[in-house]
Design a protein around this ligand. Structure first.
Ligand code: KIV
Ligand code: ZN
Length: 391
């Protein structure tokens, strides 16, 4: 089995359908440009039956980026599939992604249908989708709360009907890594090389990335994910996190993707500028503090050798540089470095005086700006202060 993992980006579909994230067609096109530039393998551009905007977005993305595989989502019914097919009619590499829920909870409360009926609808949907395009993905929504024997039956049937990718979503973020790995391993074994097994994890328990990785270790070869982890409720598996985990810990996770990691931070910034929020400051890889050090012990170690407290070179993910944040936990080494950066080469005694004033200020205030540090230095270097120091 090859170790190449396909990155299926659903920022423009699952991501876009969450609160505060809706995008216009031009905005989707702007975001798609970044996604294409960083090298996503499949770009899910919308759910065409949901709105004219989604229909147009799929059309526009497929026209603009004809060399990329573009996917359109459709429920397992004729209307949805025909609409998805129409949105992709001019695409060079179209994929119809059709889904239906398979868990008993959804069958009972959403559909009031039997397992046999759902199986038939899934097969009919895949057959219909295959009459339009060669590349059909089937998703068993709520796969992780579905009876495993029934799930395997559905997977076998839709593969026989022509699905090439079988996605097993953890729709409600319910699964845990060992369990999900076991489920994926079973389906990979059952399907062999007749289909690529894909994963799509939501982050309700904060396990979307861990679950996706466990799935890849068990044989999945497509990960569905989004920039900044946006998506329904707590979001989806974060693209930047899952890709970096495989890159940085390649010793443990010997898988490759086609992602150009240097574009991750710019892609995150672009998305934040389009939707109504950005990642939380402590978000891995792209958060404002992901490469910031404030504690004195950390700053001291970092200044001696970056590897003491940094496992990722910021440039690797497109972050210009690490930051030493000066606050109440900072030490003299970091302050001295900042003074040098600001153009002041202080003596030991001068640094001591600046440090005393700095800690007093830091106790009262969160985050100290460069101008404030310059002002403290000027005060210490002023003739009056020099005279006092000399006395
Ligand atoms: O979370 C989910 O199950 C989905 C499917 C439509 C793939 O988004
Ligand atoms: Zn989803």
């Amino acid at each position: 089995m090859s170790n190449r993992v396909y990155i299926f980006d659903t920022t423009l579909r699952d991501g876009e359908q969450s609160p505060g994230c809706s995008m216009t067609v031009p905005e989707k096109l702007r975001m798609a440009k970044h996604l294409v530039e960083i090298g996503v393998d499949i770009l899910e551009a919308g759910f065409p039956i949901a709105s004219d905007g989604d229909f147009e977005a799929v059309q526009a993305v497929a026209a603009e980026y004809s060399w990329v595989q573009v996917a359109a989502l459709a429920r397992s019914n004729r209307l949805d599939i025909e609409r998805a097919a129409a949105s992709l009619s001019k695409a060079r590499r179209p994929r119809i992604h059709t889904f239906i829920a398979t868990s008993d909870i959804h069958l009972k409360y959403k559909f009031n249908k039997s397992r046999a009926e759902i199986l038939d609808e899934a097969v009919a949907a895949v057959e219909l989708a295959r009459s339009y395009v060669d590349d059909v993905e089937f998703s068993a929504e709520d796969a992780t709360r579905t009876d495993w024997d029934y799930l395997e039956e559905v997977c076998q049937a839709v593969v026989a009907a022509g699905a090439r990718t079988i996605n097993l979503p953890d729709t409600v973020g319910w699964s845990v890594p060992l369990e999900y790995g076991e489920l994926i391993g079973r389906m990979v074994k059952a399907l062999g090389d007749r289909a690529v097994v894909s994963v799509h994890c939501h982050d309700d328990l904060g396990l979307a990335v861990a679950n996706s990785i466990a799935a890849v270790q068990a044989g999945a070869r497509q990960i569905e994910c989004t920039i900044n982890g946006i998506g329904e409720r707590a979001g989806n598996c974060s693209l930047e996190e899952v890709v970096c985990a495989m890159k940085v810990r390649h010793d443990q996770l010997p898988f490759t993707t086609g992602i150009i990691t240097e574009g991750l931070y710019p892609a995150s910034r672009m998305l934040s500028s389009i939707i109504t929020f950005g990642p939380q400051p402590n978000k891995a890889i792209v958060g404002e503090n992901a490469f910031a050090h404030e504690a004195g012990i950390h700053q001291d170690g970092y200044l001696k050798h970056k590897s003491t407290y940094e496992i990722i070179e910021p440039n690797l993910v497109g972050v210009p540089e690490s930051r030493l944040v000066l606050g109440k936990h900072s030490g003299r080494h970091a302050l001295n470095q900042r003074c040098i950066d600001l153009g002041f080469d202080l003596t030991k005694e001068q640094l001591k005086q600046v440090y005393v004033q700095f800690t007093a200020l830091a106790d009262r205030k969160k985050g100290i700006r460069n101008e404030e540090i310059s002002a403290l230095i000027q005060q210490v270097l002023s003739p009056a202060a020099m005279e006092t120091a000399a006395d």
